[in-house]
Design a binder for this molecule. Structure first.
Ligand code: BEZ
Length: 210
């Protein structure tokens, strides 16, 4: 069965461009993003990996480690990294899993046979410090991902893990948020003593908590 939100992220050992890892140990006490790409030496993937490398400081700021994966071997990942540097100006500065035997791709259902029976799709898993899956995304090979959106979602996941709030459509860090409907007005008064704006009884808006 496909992995679902709240499931434990399967643990595994794998060879990567930065050595052998045991996934849960590698994650440590922070957050992680595990993402797959279909194939090395392909155009969209080249742009994606360069973009992730350029955004590494943004992931680090949020306490998030990033790790990529495809079914290509280690030598191919390393050779391709030079092209990624040439084209995007950034070389992968995070580990890439060489999953030639598809062990990790199978654990995480990254091969969708009706799309392609040998290559991984563009999967993303955001994993929390408790090793539980907080977010999944699946994009086809033809569509490169928006990694700014991934950072935006991580901001929301981290904020809502800490406070009894949810984030509205198109929310960005720093903007007003919504008090979760399960919090009574009496309890909300304790957590948000400066008050809130009630647009509907179920839609209470507050400034983003720190
Ligand atoms: C790409 O990254 O451009 C790509 C990879 C696999 C299939 C199609 C496109």
């Amino acid at each position: 069965m496909a992995l679902q939100l709240g499931d434990e992220a399967p643990d595994f050992t794998a060879e990567t461009t930065e050595g052998k890892i045991q996934f849960h140990n590698w994650i440590g006490n922070g957050w992680a993003v595990l993402f797959s790409h279909p194939k090395d030496f392909t155009p969209v993937c080249t742009t994606e990996l360069g973009r992730v490398a350029a955004l590494k400081p943004e992931f680090e700021k949020r306490g998030v480690k990033v790790i990529g994966l495809s079914v290509d071997p280690l030598g191919s990942h390393k050779e391709w990294s030079k092209d990624i540097q040439d084209v995007t100006g950034s070389s992968p500065n995070f580990p890439l899993i060489a999953d030639s035997d598809r062990k990790v791709a199978s654990l995480y259902n990254m091969i969708h046979p009706n799309a392609n029976d040998t290559l991984t799709v563009r999967s993303v898993f955001v994993i929390g410090p408790d090793k539980k899956i907080k977010l999944t995304l699946t994009y086809p090979a033809s569509t490169g991902r928006n990694f700014d959106e991934l950072l935006r979602v991580i901001d929301s996941l981290q904020l809502t893990a800490k406070h009894k709030v949810a984030t509205p459509s198109d929310w960005k860090h720093g903007q007003d948020v919504i008090i979760v409907p399960s919090l009574s007005d009496d309890d909300a008064k304790k957590q948000f003593p400066a008050g809130w704006k009630t647009l509907k009884p179920y839609l209470r808006v507050v400034p983003q908590p720190k």
